[in-house]
Design a protein around this ligand. Structure first.
Ligand code: PAF
Length: 285
């Protein structure tokens, strides 16, 4: 695997592959890779001849009081994992390369509706930062296919919508969440959890599963159900940020006739902010 950090070297390799008629799949990451990221690389291999990954801790998607300074940086471990997963090229730009004029002067991409609510409400500006960096990386890598984890469900919808709205010729593939044996969704931020918090954290997933069952049983008082689920999460020692029942594709508040739903949830557990979700398909009445 070649690692490049400048745009010229990246473009040169991509254009060689393009001239050879090869298909390119892309896995953007912020590093500190775990089995969930490797599942993205494995999925990427199914769709293309060459797999490109990137590691860039994107300052534009972090809020002022968030963890950009403590976000784990584990480049050589990450490189080993990517090599073992047969990644062909790793792009590791610095912030100066990506945002040479600084964040304030940077053109940005804002995806309406799906970016609002849930994480969009708790982390103002977060999805603008995500859409902007992903758009920029897409322009640099020019992939045919890009893979994203379903753990970041709202992010996946933001990117899918951006690609559709801006007519980007890229297929977006959503990859199932990889979980610990406890059910906890793998995340680069799980490293912030103490042993005691690791034992508490699966309560988020358990509350989602409980809420999913209620919906499948035909219960429709979404607000009361979400409140009850949040109570369960809080009882386990976490602090619920939100728990929202939404339409699975538009993320709009669902009506009684909607059958494709997603439950989105976030909760604080010690220093970590955990997110998870559950898709629920209801039988048509
Ligand atoms: O999911 C992530 O790791 C990041 O949000 C992404 C997509 C790499 C953009 O910085």
């Amino acid at each position: 695997m070649k690692t490049v950090n400048d745009i010229t070297a990246l473009r040169q390799q991509i254009s060689e592959w393009r001239q050879q008629g090869l298909k390119i799949a892309f896995v953007p990451t912020m590093g500190n890779l775990h089995a969930g990221h490797i599942a993205l690389v494995e999925e990427a291999h199914k769709h293309a001849d060459k797999v490109v990954a990137s590691i860039f801790i994107n300052p534009m998607q972090f809020g002022a009081n968030e963890d950009i300074d403590s976000y784990p940086k584990t480049l050589s471990d990450d490189q080993e994992k990517l090599i073992a997963a047969n990644t062909h090229l790793l792009f590791t730009p610095t912030a100066d390369i990506i945002y040479p004029k600084g964040l304030d002067q940077q053109t940005y991409v804002e995806v309406p509706d799906v970016s609002e609510g849930s994480c969009g409400e708790s982390r103002p500006g977060h999805f603008r930062g995500v859409a902007t960096i992903v758009c920029k990386l897409f322009n640099l890598v020019q992939p045919d296919v890009a893979c994203f984890g379903k753990k970041d469900y709202q992010q996946l919808q933001v990117i899918q919508t951006m690609v559709e709205d801006l007519s980007m010729p890229i297929s977006i593939v959503g990859v199932e969440t990889v979980r610990e044996a406890s059910g906890l969704a793998m995340s680069s931020r799980n490293g912030y959890l103490t042993e005691q918090e690791k034992a508490m954290a699966p309560a988020l997933r358990q509350a989602l599963l409980w809420l999913g069952e209620q919906l499948e049983q035909g219960k429709q008082d979404f607000q009361a159900l979400s409140k009850q689920a949040a109570g369960k999460i809080n009882l386990a020692g976490l602090n619920t940020d939100y728990i929202d029942i939404r339409h699975a594709r538009t993320l709009a508040k669902p009506g009684a006739a909607d059958t494709e739903l997603v439950i989105l949830a976030a909760a604080h557990c010690g220093k970590a902010r955990l997110i998870d979700n559950l898709q629920v398909s209801l039988a048509k009445s």
